[in-house]
Design a protein around this ligand. Structure first.
Ligand SMILES: Cc1cc2nc3c(=O)[nH]c(=O)nc-3n(C[C@H](O)[C@H](O)[C@H](O)COP(=O)(O)OP(=O)(O)OC[C@H]3O[C@@H](n4cnc5c(N)ncnc54)[C@H](O)[C@@H]3O)c2cc1C
Length: 425
């Protein structure tokens, strides 16, 4: 397909990179990007890092390449529905955008605090977009007496690191036994906990906030489920993400808060599992079968996945699903926090063992490999990103665990249980 109309729902990273790939692939027709935010595509990773520390202004995060794209933009214009039979995207303002192909890249949003009244108190923040980051930075500029962060996942820990770097007192609360437990397990999470405490974070693992309480319209304290309170005048709710799929209700597609199901060629699936040849998905919103993990459906929140999957979807749109083949990009993620540069390859989910195969946590430079049933499934490098690519092949092939690379500084690997949460049956 070289002509006609392609509409993209969502106007962020996957949308932009998908649109660029369409043009690079020779698409010469009409290209329309529809975004509910008023902004041109911008980058989210700096929002929890350099934007909060004041090194980058929220408005300076616009993605490179935006200006060069030959496209029409509908910004501040949420997609509200999808007429699949009529091949049209329906906008909240009433506009009907007919398409030959549609790329759905509506991503995810921050999971809000469940008590709506408390979530609306002044001083309670979530962080997903540029405007959230600007509001949070303004709240921090008022030098709150204590910042409370709910959730010790990647966003919660990065935000804690950035706010602590401003010299503010920070408490982090999470019911899990260690930070980053869901992604990295307690072994690596325990190492990160030590770094956080050394940086002066008041870390309350194994604790749960039951209620946020306010006074005069502003948050004042958190009440813990086990009793006791934590006084705080700024709260960051970092409880994970919800996929933006509600607007697809009634479209017949298989979509819920965990994502929009699609096949290996990024075609959206209907409730019966049949692909729609005109509707594609990419980025955080997409739930797809990963060939490296027995075609288990996965939904990633990784920058690199948004870029690679959008390019794959563009190829499938232009050349057909067979030409594109199954999407098999290795999941990869990075995070910076507390002086640590954490990079991962593969998925740790379901790992039954972890081994430090290079470096040493005591020097804050090491590489850990995760195994499942004797096979290598993931690797995580801490301040050792250069060592990581060497493990991609072992992960892709499911090589015996622990892999032996023969590195000179390789300690004798001694696998231990990784301390990941039990998997749902
Ligand atoms: C604070 C933060 C830090 C991060 N740091 C890292 C990191 O260090 N490393 C890493 O690998 N990843 C990181 N990520 C994840 C990475 O940014 C995401 O994976 C990436 O943004 C996904 O891109 P996307 O285009 O799929 O979705 P999104 O970026 O979520 O974009 C989707 C867009 O669609 C819009 N939209 C939603 N519904 C509609 C609708 N109905 N109509 C129109 N538009 C709609 C949304 O408002 C949004 O603008 C971070 C994310 C955040 C929030």
């Amino acid at each position: 397909m070289r002509d006609g109309t392609i509409v993209v729902a969502g106007a962020s990273l996957a949308a932009l990179r998908g649109a660029e790939a369409l043009r690079a692939g020779g698409f010469a027709g009409r290209l329309v990007l529809v975004g509910d935010e008023p902004h041109l595509p911008y980058d989210r990773p700096p929002l929890s890092k350099h934007v909060l520390t004041g090194e980058i202004a929220p408005g300076a995060t616009t993605l490179p390449g935006v200006g060069a794209l030959r496209a029409e933009w509908r910004l501040g214009a949420p997609a509200a529905g999808l007429d699949r039979a009529g091949r049209a995207l329906l906008l909240a303002g009433g506009e009907r955008l007919p398409f030959d192909r549609l790329l759905i890249a509506t991503g995810a949003r921050a999971r809000p605090w469940p008590e709506a009244g408390a979530a609306a108190l002044a001083g309670v923040h979530t962080l997903r977009g540029r405007d959230d980051a600007a509001a949070l930075a303004a709240g921090l500029a008022a030098r709150p007496g204590r910042v409370l962060i709910l959730g010790a996942g990647f966003i919660g820990c990065e935000v804690a690191s950035s706010i602590r770097a401003l010299g503010l007192p920070v408490t982090v609360v999470d019911p899990a036994p260690s930070p980053l437990t869901a992604a990295l397990g307690q072994v690596i999470g325990g190492f990160v906990a030590g770094r956080m405490e050394a940086a002066g974070i008041d870390l309350r693992m194994g604790a749960e906030v039951a209620h946020l309480e306010g006074g005069d319209g502003r948050v004042r304290r958190a009440r813990l489920a086990g009793g006791g309170t934590i006084a705080a005048d700024l709260v960051v709710v970092a409880l994970g993400a919800v996929r933006n799929t509600e607007w697809l209700a009634g479209s017949g597609l298989d979509a819920d808060e965990g994502g929009l199901s699609c096949d290996g060629a990024c075609r959206a699936l209907d409730a019966a599992g049949r692909p729609d040849d005109a509707v594609f998905a990419a980025g955080d919103v997409a739930r797809f079968p990963h060939p490296v993990y027995d075609n288990r459906p996965v939904a990633l929140e990784h920058w690199g996945n948004a870029v690679a999957q959008a390019a794959h979807a563009a190829r499938a749109m232009l050349e057909g699903p067979e030409a594109a083949g199954p999407y098999a990009e290795m999941p990869a993620f990075w995070s910076s926090q507390f002086g640590l540069n954490i990079k991962s390859l593969g998925l740790t989910e379901g790992a039954d063992a972890v081994a430090i195969v290079q470096g040493d946590p005591r020097s804050a430079r090491f590489l850990a490999v995760y195994g499942r049933e004797g096979r290598t499934i993931a690797a995580v490098a801490v301040n050792a990103g250069r060592w990581l690519p060497a493990y991609a092949g072992a992960i892709r092939e499911g090589a015996p665990f622990p892999p032996i690379t023969g590195g000179a500084d390789q300690p004798h690997p001694d696998p231990v249980p990784p301390g990941l949460p039990a998997q749902a049956a």
